[in-house]
Design a protein around this ligand. Sequence first.
Ligand SMILES: Cc1cc2nc3c(=O)[nH]c(=O)nc-3n(C[C@H](O)[C@H](O)[C@H](O)COP(=O)(O)O)c2cc1C
Length: 154
Amino acid sequence: MTDLVILVGSVYGGSVEVAEAVAEAVEATGLSVEINEEPNLASLEGNSVVLLVSSTTGSGELPENIQPFYTELQQQPRALSGRGYAVIALGDSSYGDSYCAGGLLLDAQFADLGAKALMPLLKIDALEFFQPAEGISDWLTAWLDALKKFSEKG
Ligand SMILES: Cc1cc2nc3c(=O)[nH]c(=O)nc-3n(C[C@H](O)[C@H](O)[C@H](O)COP(=O)(O)O)c2cc1C
């Protein structure tokens, strides 16, 4: 079992780059990380902390590769009480009301299932960051700290 599983929802690969940047930093602390670009319910087996990194497409929809996972979670809800998680939402604020809607859907679903948010949701705005991985630096410091504290609690 890995310490952290990163579930990615992406259309153009920006969220994959963000996931890889987080994975590299977490692995440097000695924790093990798995990145999954085709998530499903089986991705939640074990007790790994879950990081969801997803963009938004269409008018506030999840990317196709992560939509089935979200549907599965709604149709066959799993108790995730005590499971630590966080969400990084890539979006574009010029979309107005649907800004980062995909990440917000995942965040609400995990919270509904009783998972514990280790960090507030991080939004990365394409208008601000041409390279989305540049949008995580402050978040990353706090995340490594939160992850360490959560792992120590066992
Ligand atoms: C066709 C299309 C629709 C989009 N719809 C939204 C949207 O509804 N809300 C939002 O915040 N961003 C939207 N975006 C912006 C993407 O979420 C953003 O560019 C993101 O960084 C892409 O990440 P990815 O490469 O992982 O897919 C849209 C982008 C495209 C091309």
